[in-house]
Design a protein around this ligand. Structure first.
Ligand code: G3P
Ligand code: CA
Length: 354
């Protein structure tokens, strides 16, 4: 072996060794990255059902507007079609948001409701989405919002929603996340579909499969969310939503939060579970005064829902004031809002200077 070949041999060996070591190192890093990393302390704006204060909820148009308004995450609620396709819709019913009763008058169940899970994707795609109405009165739930009759929107699939956000991320260079909610998984199971594995597979197809990915998966059902983590092996960040009722009251105690922290990375309470709707803030005590601090102590982010300028508690004059109170006085990490532009404005302005 010549001296030159000897040196080449040594250098090549060193390079191979480095590659081998870095591969081992990568393995460790990947292992580390599998530990959930929630964004405690960051102030994020979640476009609730898109920007549904301005456009019918859960339409691609509503999501695109939320994106353009600067939301950090956009929320699709997820329900399943008869043929097992995840579509985005808040209700397991179709009546409040589509013209299903006109198109398929004979397809209601004995309770008079039309269920997403009784329709194929093709059938659902033939419907028109409208601004949310009260199913009994047919009046708009929020009269100041988009007109009920003047719309030609369709029900998107979850996949279409993801493609929209990822497409915009590519074309704008931003990194907006998604915040899907598994809606009523037990109802879906009773109707023959286990939605978790189907949704997790779809998310993984689009690269959402680790704790570092720009996604939170949320659910009200603690038993199901535990299954998502422990049986289905989800590594993405999970958020336990909190509703009213005994199990949720227990969940908000220190012991309850210890339990939540075993499988989730955050909690999503109704904001009125933190502060009452009535009166001035200084006259009415905060409900669950330790909830945010207790959650943070356990590494859980707190993202309360839902901040609406057309549904305000008595103690504020604007939704901006309400969001400011929650972000900066109460210390939550993010809010779900129908008006993401106003959330972004509040975060950009920051806390009031004392
Ligand atoms: O998921 C957060 C918030 O959206 C929960 O309430 O009923 O609007 O899905 P809901
Ligand atoms: Ca939701």
């Amino acid at each position: 072996m010549t001296v030159k070949r000897f040196y080449r041999y040594v250098i090549l060996s060193l390079v191979l060794l480095l590659v081998a070591f870095s591969a081992v190192g990568c393995g460790n890093t990947a292992e580390k990255e599998k530990q959930p990393q929630a964004e405690v302390g960051e102030k994020i704006v979640i476009g609730h059902r898109g920007a549904c204060g301005y456009l019918p909820e859960h339409t691609l148009e509503s999501y695109a507007l939320a994106y353009a308004m600067g939301a950090d995450y956009i929320e699709p609620d997820v329900v399943m079609t008869k043929d097992g396709v995840p579509v985005v819709m808040h209700d397991i019913h179709l009546d409040a948001n589509t013209n299903v009763a006109e198109v398929f008058p004979d397809r209601k169940r004995s309770d008079g409701r039309y269920y997403v899970i009784d329709f194929t994707l093709d059938e659902i795609k033939s419907l028109r989405v409208n601004e949310r109405v009260n199913v009994d009165t047919k009046e708009a739930v929020y009269p100041g919002r988009f007109p009920v009759g003047d719309s030609k929107f369709e029900v998107p699939t979850l996949e279409e929603m993801i493609q929209l956000v990822q497409g915009l991320n590519k074309s704008t260079g931003r990194d907006v996340g998604i915040y899907p909610e598994l809606k009523e998984p037990k109802f879906h199971l009773e109707n023959g579909i286990d939605m978790g594995p189907i949704v997790l597979d779809l998310l993984a197809k689009y690269g959402y499969d680790g704790p570092e990915d720009k996604i939170y998966l949320q659910c009200f059902d603690p038993d199901y969310l535990k299954r998502v983590r422990n049986e289905m092996g989800a590594k993405i960040k999970l958020v336990q939503l909190i509703d009213e009722g005994d199990i949720y009251e227990k969940m908000m105690t220190p012991e309850g939060l210890d339990e939540v922290a075993k499988y989730a990375d955050g909690i999503g309470p109704w904001y009125m579970q933190i502060r009452d709707a009535k009166g001035k803030t200084d006259e009415y005590p905060v409900i669950n005064p330790n909830l945010v601090a207790d959650a943070h102590q356990r590494g859980l982010v707190v993202h309360p829902y839902t901040f609406r300028k057309d549904q305000l508690p008595e103690y504020v004059d604007s939704v901006e004031e309400l969001m400011k109170l929650f972000y900066y006085d109460i210390g939550v990490d993010g809010v779900f809002t129908d008006f993401p532009d106003l959330g972004v404005k509040v975060v950009q302005e920051g806390p009031d200077k004392k």
